[in-house]
Design a protein around this ligand. Structure first.
Ligand code: GLC
Ligand code: CA
Length: 562
């Protein structure tokens, strides 16, 4: 595996609408981000992915773009963007934009022209079909309902949208469309960004035919995964994108790639892969059900470990994944991967959160933090569906009701899985609206902000924030960097209940990571003596290098040098 400039770095995702509002309109913005660059530098961030800030009606919070070359005025101006790139650069921070090219907005000029003249040039930028009795196929869109809707102004035609109906799919089979995309990507790279996070990219290749599959719900529709499994040939598009755009700029790219086919990992993230890296979504996909969120089990430590080990083993020697515990599409990691009762219990909460952080940073790959993760932001105790903004959540609430759940039960499902859990404003301090805005925030602040906020953690050496800084420092420490970044992952206990332990092996250094993933104590026999404790979430100053038997507190995590 070739070494790349970004392997040693730590990355961070900003969800701009909720990061920092500079002008009191309740919406986070670019000047807000610029004002926090010093903070991000202090934390140790060197790659910054900004979720979409392009012009957009915000039907899907910016993932519905109406102008790829413009900044939405709610987020700022192109000048702000240029300042952000320049100021970030001064601090050694690389900026990534979000590349959303499976679809655009129905308010994009291309789609409007397609509606004026479906048989003309722009009609061919989309998938448009003549209306027969039935829509061309029965795929269910990600946000509910079928993927086909009537083309506005043309009752005799359908257009395709695999996401919301305000997100028409772009037709990648059309070389003219692909040229438009490449031109735009290169325009941004010319502007000085370092690369992209690549949205929903797996969807750009459809099956050759509009083929229906057996229905899996009462709605008569089928999960779109059926189609994705049968679609072949995405590599031609992605290879072209790489050759025409990413390679010439040595750009860094991270793909939102779910469910790639077996043996395709190297095609995606190998030395000459389509992308630099991809998020490890194995734990995210675990338990997903085509019935809906209500049918999804809560992930437990052993299943989580199995998912992580699978990816870690598969990628060895092939590429480098990006590790996450949360993002803007997922609930908060500490609420999802830890026992919620223990997170609510002051006796375990901080220790458990630090354990999860230790795990993420000890795995091989690029650690990708999501805003608020570094202070342990948690899921939101939503009490009514009216508090939800997200279109996906609103659909899943209805799906649960349709399946016979009561309103309270459906809400419980939402509290667990809603994307709005991670979209509430960043909790800067204990002042009104958590210091996010002087106005009224577009989405209510999590009521726990008086206790969970950055200001209260920044000076506290024992806080989660300080612990994240220690993990980041360890990754960059010249003495351990080589092993932390490139050391081979080697599991020790693979089947022990609620225990994660593995080695990271470098050429002449070995680290041993042990996590007691439960509130109960346990005794652990070290596979060999350990020289030194590099980091732990409990006081281990009494550790004796001769020691072989180790008594672990609940949620204790430790990184040893062997
Ligand atoms: C990706 C984004 C998500 C968005 C979807 C459609 O999954 O992360 O937020 O809704 O694509 O663009
Ligand atoms: Ca604002």
């Amino acid at each position: 595996m070739k070494r790349k400039w970004w392997h040693e770095k730590v990355a961070y995702q900003i969800y701009p609408k909720s990061f920092k509002d500079s002008n009191g309109d309740g919406i986070g913005d670019l000047p807000g981000i610029i004002s926090k660059l010093d903070y991000l530098q202090e934390l140790g961030i060197e790659i910054l992915w900004i979720s979409p800030i392009y012009c957009s009606p915000l039907a899907d919070q910016g993932y519905d773009i109406s102008d790829y070359y413009g900044i939405d005025p709610r987020f700022g101006t192109m000048e702000d963007m240029e300042v952000l790139i320049a100021e970030a650069k001064k601090r050694g921070i690389h900026i990534l934009m979000d590349l959303v090219v499976n679809h655009c907005s129905d308010e994009h000029i291309w789609f409007q022209k397609a509606c004026q003249d479906p048989d003309g040039k722009y009609g061919k930028y989309f998938y448009i079909e003549d209306v027969k009795e039935e829509p061309p196929c029965n795929w269910r869109s990600y946000f509910g309902g079928g993927v086909w809707d009537k083309l506005p102004g043309h009752p005799d035609k359908y257009y395709l949208h695999v996401f919301h109906k305000k997100q028409p799919d772009l037709n990648w089979e059309n070389p003219e469309l692909r040229e438009e995309v490449y031109k735009m990507v290169n325009w941004w790279l010319e502007k000085g960004i370092s690369g992209f996070r690549i949205d929903a990219i797996i969807n750009i290749k459809k099956t050759d035919e509009w083929k229906s599959y057996p229905a899996d719900r009462e709605d008569g529709l089928c999960d779109i995964q059926n189609m994705l499994e049968e679609a072949n040939g995405i590599g031609e598009f992605l290879g072209e994108l790489r050759d025409r755009c990413f390679d010439p700029y040595n750009a860094f790219t991270v793909g939102e790639v779910f469910n790639e086919k077996e043996n395709e990992l190297e095609d995606y993230i190998g030395d000459h892969g389509y992308f630099s890296t991809k998020f490890d979504f194995d734990p995210v996909v675990w338990g997903k059900s085509s019935k809906g969120w209500y049918d999804m089990p809560v992930i437990h430590p052993d299943a989580y470990r199995d998912c992580l080990y699978k990816t870690q083993t598969e990628m060895e020697g092939k590429g480098f994944v990006a590790n996450i515990i949360e993002n803007h599409d997922e609930p908060r990691g500490v609420s999802h991967y830890l026992n919620t009762e223990d997170v609510a219990n002051p006796k375990y909460s901080l220790k458990a959160k630090k354990m999860l952080a230790t795990l993420m940073f000890s795995l091989k790959g690029l650690p990708f933090l999501y805003q608020g993760q570094e202070i342990g932001m948690e899921n939101v105790p939503f009490t009514s569906i009216d508090q939800i903004d997200d279109i996906h959540t609103i659909d899943q609430y209805q799906v649960a009701l349709d399946a016979g759940f009561s309103e309270e039960e459906a809400l419980q499902v939402i509290r667990r899985f809603s994307r709005d859990n991670s979209r509430t404003p960043f909790q800067w301090d204990a002042s009104t609206e958590a210091g996010f805005t002087n106005g009224s925030p577009w989405l209510a602040v999590n009521p726990n902000y008086p206790t969970i906020n950055l200001e209260s953690q920044r000076q506290d050496p024992d806080s989660l924030y300080s612990y994240y800084r220690k993990l980041i420092a360890l990754r960059k420490n010249p003495e351990y960097k080589e092993t932390m970044v490139y050391g081979i992952f080697e599991p020790i206990e693979e089947k022990e209940h609620n225990l994660i332990s593995f080695h990271r092996k470098g050429d002449d250094q070995t680290l041993l990571i042990i996590l007691n993933y439960q509130k109960e104590t346990r005794t652990f026999t070290l596979p060999h003596p350990c020289k030194k404790v590099l980091l732990s979430n409990v006081d281990m100053s009494n550790f004796d290098p001769e020691q072989i038997s180790l008594k672990l507190e609940g949620y204790q995590a430790v990184i040893f040098e062997v």
